[in-house]
Design a protein around this ligand. Sequence first.
Ligand SMILES: [Mn+2]
Length: 246
Amino acid sequence: MKPVIGISGSILINKGNAFCGYRKSYVNQDYVESVLRAGGIPFIIPFNEDMQATKEMVDKVDGIILSGGHDVDPKNYNEEPLLKIGEIFPERDVFDMTLYRCAVESKKPVLGICRGFQIINVIEGGNLYQDLSYADFVTIKHNQGDNPTQSTHSVKLEDGTVLKTILGEKTRVNSFHHQIIKEVADGFKIVAKSPDGVVESIQKITDDMFVMGIQWHPEMLSKNRSEMQEIFNVLIKKVIEFKKLK
Ligand SMILES: [Mn+2]
């Protein structure tokens, strides 16, 4: 049996003429295809506000990808919203928190991407700069245009991390974020940083916990770059390993 990977969904508000304002449940297709190429079965976990149902959805999958999306509501790290915060979706914060906590409790590997990476850090007690202009050390453009497969800035990988074994010392990544990590959650190791010092990846890996967070979007690069696909391959490998532990 191939491992099943739950991918957290969000809501798209229909902007067309027919049913304008209608709410659609979705994930970006690149997540689905990256999981398929890795030999996993992708399973979209639809955004909803029924926490018991969400918990049971996690029971049905072997690992989780927390996908990208809105800014995390700063009330989750005890701050008021500042002038440059983007759009928030507090109900999705609750949904993602439920997914994350249920996955970790049942020892299922988690990969967080972009917002997924940021919310893992917040759930675990870290926090964010609500906009990168509030961090005086940022000198690199982290919110590039809208070419998803273009890599615009470099990141340096830290020793002793899974990502370094996949990506090497240094690689180039795409960048579609305006928020960045301020304080890294306790127990998490910094995995990658951009040259200006922005944390671009964190991990917490123990005998029965595999959590990796990535600020860039490897799923948008994985079709053309085998090392970015390898991130998803490793997730599947971990899921298989963890299933055997139970
Ligand atoms: Mn970046």
